[in-house]
Design a protein around this ligand. Structure first.
Ligand code: 3SL
Length: 242
């Protein structure tokens, strides 16, 4: 298994796909997706485009669907929910299909949706993702950060480092580093592993969320290995609980 880290979808080679893509948007899309599926959502359907989300969700009755939209960190008007994982309680999401569009995370999912295996990784399900990769043994793994509008995100890179470091420490034969970004991500994780929340508060998107009053979201997103859930793509754009 060869592990490649990419900081943003734009930094991947345009025509290539890995055997398994782990899409990462710690703040907050993949944390929200993992939380919603863990809370009993029937499935999560991800859209980069809000109009397409609205169209596709029309076919579902209002009792069976939830529309979630985020732009610039804030909830999109006309949606039921924004992108705070704290809102995705079992009472709210159980049995419902979640239609979600966010600024960067859902775009990153779309970039790799043709890969044979696609999952959504984050800090809270790091251990479950590592276990899944060790079970599946894909030859190539992309740990793909969502970044922010084409730019680098500290929180996605530290999560990629947490996953890569854990895979490398399993003493399984054949786990290899694929690019320099993977080495740098592991180094970042080593530096901050005991203080992820502090790193999130320093990060530019963490600061943006703090300005919106979302410190509790940051605290939730920093709880490493707190959920045992692997979201897997069943068909392009549709994620279910493994
Ligand atoms: O960029 C994204 O996809 C979102 O996760 C951003 S936010 O954390 O909801 O602001």
């Amino acid at each position: 298994m060869k592990i490649f880290v990419y900081h943003t979808p734009e930094l991947t080679s345009p025509d290539g796909f890995p055997d398994c893509a782990v899409v990462i948007d710690v703040l907050r899309a993949t944390t929200t997706i993992a939380t919603a599926l863990n809370a009993g959502a029937e499935a999560v359907q991800a859209f980069s485009d809000l109009d397409r989300l609205m169209q596709a969700s029309e076919a579902w009755s209002p009792e069976k669907r939830l529309r979630a939209g985020e732009r610039g960190g804030a909830k999109v008007e006309g949606c039921d929910l924004g992108n705070s994982p704290l809102d995705y309680t079992p009472e709210r999401v159980r049995g419902k299909r979640l239609f979600i569009s966010t600024t960067n995370g859902t775009r990153a999912l779309q970039r790799v949706e043709q890969s044979p295996l696609v999952t959504a990784g984050t800090i809270i399900n790091r251990h479950a993702i590592v276990r899944y990769l060790l079970e599946k043994q894909p030859e190539t793994v992309w740990l793909l950060g969502s970044g922010w509008e084409g730019g680098y995100s500290l929180e996605d890179t530290v999560c990629a480092g947490a996953i890569a470091q854990s895979l490398m420490s399993q003493e399984c034969e054949g786990v290899e580093i694929g690019n320099d970004e993977a080495i740098a991500a592991i180094a970042l994780y080593h530096q901050w592993k005991d203080n992820l929340l502090e790193l999130f508060r320093l990060a530019s998107h963490g600061q943006r969320l703090l300005r919106l009053g979302c410190d509790e979201d940051l605290q939730y997103c920093a709880q490493i290995d707190s959920l045992d859930i692997v979201p897997i793509q069943k068909e392009p754009g549709l994620l279910v609980k493994l």
